[in-house]
Design a binder for this molecule. Structure first.
Ligand SMILES: Cc1cc2nc3c(=O)[nH]c(=O)nc-3n(C[C@H](O)[C@H](O)[C@H](O)COP(=O)(O)O)c2cc1C
Length: 347
């Protein structure tokens, strides 16, 4: 489905070359201060323009159609829309007969019986993640006091990300990358085990981002090669602070008050100039596909903020679930809905 969340509910809609993309966000605390300008910084991080990103540049001006009155969330569904303007659908006509290896062309055909919008990869375009970034902005406001960061640790196995992206672009190819997300200031006690564990909820949101191939917390897969004496995080204070963070800030599916650390493997873009073998439905035989058009050589360059948003949406949902249940001693009091993000009281 295109919706996520139990209390903070986010629904993503739109197609790459349709009239618009966006999100409907329900379950928002009424009174949250919000303005269209709040979206700009994160949208700018997703916008194309840098080396290794698509030449398609959209203005991404958020239009808030509902749920906001006089700078405050009303508590009813917030609908944020981004109009599509810079679409060139002709670039994609070939992929109906020759599905791109690695892309969603063929799988979407099977799932939607041939009715999915193929223009610009339709609902499977990175364009659709603009709505997720918008939802992330709202989620971060709910998670007042938490600070997020996203960094590309490597691309194609190379710590010199710029060089790896340049090399792939020059070869008419693409390159994958590893994104590390860190969140400071998430209180201990978020997570609803078993199936609503923090890792499970976050992974569900992160895997929804197109191009994600792997998610790990803390030591992640390296934990399988460790002994307990090395992996276990020494607890050095009564508030649960640890001197290392192999758990990535989560024990038992619940935040432990330390930094949340998640690494996400993002694949190389499927649409490349370099010739690839695929089935040619018009010829009824194997063919060679060389994709023209405007594409990201390294998805992760623009996806990092999308992943950050997905994590924020998951954490905001868990935060609102925690606020909805009884407060427990030993945990900081939840932020109140009658304060805005600057801590100012309002009616
Ligand atoms: C921000 C962003 C930009 C993307 N840009 C491209 C692109 O230019 N070319 C491409 O082939 N895939 C791109 N993708 C990835 C595809 O959308 C994705 O690979 C496709 O939907 C298939 O899904 P899967 O990779 O999760 O299996 C992008 C993804 C994101 C999040």
């Amino acid at each position: 489905m295109n919706s996520f969340g139990d209390v903070f509910k986010v629904e993503i809609f739109g197609e790459s070359h349709g009239p618009a993309v966006g999100a409907v966000i329900d379950g928002m605390p009424a009174g949250l201060a919000l303005s269209p300008e709040d979206f700009e910084a994160d949208l700018a991080r997703r916008r194309a323009g840098a080396e290794g990103t698509t030449p398609r540049v959209e203005a991404d001006v958020p239009e808030i159609l509902s749920g906001l009155h006089e700078g405050r969330a009303t508590g009813t569904p917030l609908c944020v829309v981004f109009r599509n303007a810079d679409a060139r659908s002709g670039d994609y006509s070939l992929f109906a007969a020759m599905p791109r290896p690695g892309h969603a062309d063929l799988a979407a055909r099977a799932r939607y019986g041939g009715f999915s919008d193929p223009r610009g990869s339709g609902h499977f375009s990175g364009r659709v993640t603009a709505g997720l970034v918008a939802a992330g902005v709202v989620a971060k406001k709910i998670l007042r006091g938490a600070s997020f960061s996203a960094a590309l640790l490597e691309a194609g196995g190379d710590a010199d990300v710029a060089a790896a992206v340049k090399g792939a672009s020059e070869d008419g190819d693409s390159v994958g990358a590893l994104v590390e997300l860190r969140v400071r200031g998430i209180r201990a006690g978020l997570g609803e085990p078993f199936f609503g564990s923090l890792e499970g909820t976050a992974a569900k949101a992160l895997f929804a981002v197109p191009g994600v191939r792997g998610v790990e917390f803390g030591d992640g897969f390296a934990a399988a090669r460790m002994r307990g004496s090395r992996h276990n995080d020494p607890i050095v204070a009564p508030d649960g602070t640890t001197s290392r963070n192999g758990a990535g800030g989560v024990n038992g599916g619940i935040s432990n008050g330390n930094e949340i650390v998640v690494r996400v493997a993002v694949k190389p873009a499927s649409t490349i100039k370099k010739s690839q073998a695929t089935w040619d439905f018009s010829a009824g035989a194997m063919g060679e596909l060389s994709a023209e058009g405007r594409h990201d050589a390294c998805i992760a360059l623009r996806a990092a903020v999308v992943l950050e948003a997905a994590l924020a949406v998951a954490l905001a949902d868990l935060e609102l679930q925690a606020r909805a249940r009884d407060g427990r001693p030993g945990f900081p009091a939840p932020a109140t809905e009658d304060e805005d993000t600057q801590g100012r009281k309002h009616p």
